[in-house]
Design a protein around this ligand. Sequence first.
Ligand code: HEC
Length: 109
Amino acid sequence: MKLILLFIIPIYVFAVASFITEDEYASSLYQNPRGIGCDKCHGENGKGLLVAKYESNGVQKEFRGPDITLLGFREFYEALDTRKNGMPRYFLTKDEIETLYNYLHKEKK
Ligand code: HEC
């Protein structure tokens, strides 16, 4: 009996410790998907961010992550499923893309 408890207790503790809410999961996925976080270029709430200013051939230029909160789900999904200029390709699953989309639109739910 004691031996069984010895096995069950760690499993129980692990299950409780690794439980996170859907919101926490979405937030961590947005900040750390695979490699560089979306927030680094699109801002904390996806409203867009000026990442860098630089000069190229004497012309002032900006590198900016656009606002991604105004897109419909289809456009959002397609943008993440194709190659975008200046944006890393992530190869996220449909579930992950849905989680991110809901995260950026949680106030509208
Ligand atoms: C290194 C900076 C960078 C990171 C990191 C990044 N993006 Fe982007 N993203 C961009 C840039 C720049 C564009 C604009 C590309 C273009 O106009 O072709 C863009 C475009 C998009 C678009 C399409 C916007 C539109 O109006 O069509 C979506 C959606 C998007 N990003 C979502 C994400 C999500 C979700 C993540 C995290 C998984 C992410 N991005 C991470 C830089 C980044």
